[in-house]
Design a protein around this ligand. Structure first.
Ligand code: HEM
Length: 481
């Protein structure tokens, strides 16, 4: 027995010595790390990071540390990795300007497995080439032709899901709206029954994206992989059929983004493979799933709270509505007139950004603000670090759409869509669907919140799946038209 305890003690001393050696040796080799703490082994500060969002104050994690370390860069440990958080406009500028030079995009391994992007199916250069093609399909000129379709779908959505109801829970409805639009505009799936066929597996995919990556029957991760495979197979079948239909003249080259992708070659005359197109469309469905719908839901919330802002949006949208002939659909010129409404939407995204931030990974060792950032460390940029910062937005908690008038906020301060080469490719698409939503919302309804002080819970772990736990429950929905 004595020998057993002696060897146990020996192991303990060895373990402590090695741990200290490892700790100090690493500190020495990595140089002057940014101030901060790495929290508990493995979990690091992930729980603090998540719990501020669960309590409805996701910005607290960032601002507590900015205050403590009086620095715009701090060290932490998130999702099992040592990490650095870059804050402020300078941090955003540095990260967005050094994409693929010092940093590259990083997602937890669960995302890569559920949603194998073209980085796994093709070379890195090929993936970058394909990523570069995305904006072609989503730029303003390409999207103008879809505004009328957005208008039609929005009308059908409001007719079936909002009208003649005394109360609604908003977030599930805005998700249904953006998902219906995506199905129609990406792949011409329009029939609500067919849309529903995708909706359920899609919910499963989104729920498992950042789950614990245990691939055993019944785990959220396992279910998400299956859902992703199902959607991918369905997409490939749609793509094959579309190729035949295009060849036989049964489909139009401009009917949706899929046709556009099939018929567009890159600068070397190369067309995208079926699998790459399925990847890209799945990527767009994932990227657009809970983001624009979250903005639409937040808009409903803020307009309920701020009658004078509602009035401004109502006036603008009614002037547009009155200028149209009966049955005439919204078009590009109408969208250009929705300036105040877009300023309101931007102010909503400043205070309630659909994505809290995103991760990068250091490709090499580098120095930032005199601090060493070691190769392989994760770097997080946070929209809140500028959006709610009085240095960039005076009286940051005040809802003030005039901040976006004229030349608007200073560069790198308003970043709901990120910035640099990885800036959200769906930005313009999102602008259109949000404005079309606002048009129909205020034309039809006035509303009140049923739960006046409802707490909005944000789960930054589910980066692509923001959680409004009980949604916005509205009452006294009145039909104005
Ligand atoms: C209000 C709505 C939206 C917001 C606030 C938003 C925001 C963002 C942000 C912050 C990123 C990450 C940038 C980074 O890594 O630094 C992103 C990426 C992305 N978004 Fe959006 N997004 C929105 C809507 C959409 C829509 C509607 C689509 C599709 C049509 C879309 C497609 C994507 C894709 C594919 C990526 C990944 C890009 C890449 O990997 O390089 N997003 N978005």
């Amino acid at each position: 027995m004595e020998t057993f305890y002696a060897s146990l003690l020996g192991f303990f001393i060895l373990f402590v010595t090695l741990s200290f050696h490892f700790l100090f040796y690493r500190q020495k080799t990595v140089g002057n790390l940014p101030p901060g703490r790495t929290g508990f082994p493995m979990v690091g500060e992930s729980l603090e990071f998540l719990s501020t969002g669960w309590k409805g104050h996701p910005e607290k994690f960032i601002f507590d540390r900015i205050a403590k370390y009086s620095s715009y860069v701090f060290r932490t440990s998130l999702l099992g990795s040592p990490a650095v958080v870059f804050c402020g406009a300078a941090g955003n500028k540095f990260l967005f300007s050094n994409e693929n030079k010092l940093v590259q995009a990083w997602w937890p391994s669960s995302v890569d497995k559920i949603f194998p992007s073209s980085t796994q199916t093709s070379s890195k250069e090929e993936a970058i080439r394909l990523r570069k093609m995305l904006p072609n399909f989503l730029k303003a000129e390409a999207l103008q032709r879809y505004i009328g379709i957005m208008d039609e779908i929005a009308q059908r959505h409001f007719a079936t899901d909002w009208e003649n109801k005394a109360q609604v829970v908003t977030f599930p409805l805005t998700k249904r709206y953006t998902f219906w639009l995506a199905c129609r505009l990406f792949v011409s799936v329009e029939d609500p029954k067919q849309v529903a066929k995708f909706e359920d597996p899609f919910g499963v995919l989104a729920a498992g994206l950042l789950s614990i990556p245990i691939d055993l029957p019944g785990t959220p991760f396992n279910r998400a992989i299956k859902a992703s495979n199902f959607i991918r197979t369905e997409l490939v079948a749609i793509i094959k059929q579309r190729k035949l239909d295009l060849a036989e003249g049964k489909a139009s080259p401009t009917q949706d983004i899929l046709s556009h992708m099939l018929l567009t070659s890159d600068e070397n005359g190369k067309f995208m493979h079926e699998a790459d197109i399925a990847d890209k469309i799945l990527g767009l469905l994932v990227g657009g799933h809970d983001t624009a719908s979250s903005s639409c839901a937040s808009i409903v919330k803020f307009l309920a709270e701020l009658p004078e802002v509602y009035e401004g949006v109502y006036k603008e949208q009614m002037a547009i509505a009155k200028s149209k002939a009966p049955g005439e659909l919204l078009n590009w010129d109408d969208i250009q007139k929705m300036k105040y409404s877009w300023n309101v939407a931007c102010e909503v995204m400043r205070l309630a950004p659909p994505l809290q931030g995103a991760f990068r990974e250091a490709i090499n060792d580098f120095t930032y603000n005199g601090f060493s950032i070691p190769k392989g460390w994760k770097i997080y940029w946070s929209a809140h670090s500028t959006h709610r910062n009085a240095e960039f937005f005076p009286e940051p908690l005040k809802f003030d759409p005039s901040r976006f008038e004229g030349s608007g906020p200073a560069p790198y301060t308003f970043v709901p869509f990120g910035g640099g080469p990885r800036m959200c490719p769906g930005k313009e698409y999102a602008r259109l669907e949000i404005l079309v939503f606002m048009h129909h919302l205020v034309r039809r309804f006035k509303w009140e919140k049923m739960i006046p002080n409802e707490k909005i819970i944000v789960d930054p772990c589910q980066i692509l799946k923001k959680v409004f736990q009980s949604g916005f429950t509205l009452t006294r929905l009145r039909q104005d038209i």
